[in-house]
Design a protein around this ligand. Structure first.
Ligand SMILES: [Zn+2]
Length: 60
């Protein structure tokens, strides 16, 4: 997973690492896209649409 640049799609903050909850990864069967777990509120989201932990606390 090295070299992965993740930007919060809410505040634009660059995340050095995935949010701690986002170790859980699935592959969308329809699109083949990798989806990361982004918390209970956000559910599974693609890498370019992840939300940082701070924004997760507010809303998704
Ligand atoms: Zn954010």
């Amino acid at each position: 997973m090295s070299g992965l640049k993740l930007k919060c799609c809410k505040c634009g903050n660059i995340m050095e690492t995935l949010p701690s909850s986002s170790q859980d990864v699935i592959i969308d069967e329809e699109t083949g896209e990798i989806l990361y777990w982004n918390g209970k509120k956000c559910g599974y989201r693609p890498a370019d649409c992840l939300v940082c932990e701070k924004c997760q606390e507010k809303a998704c």
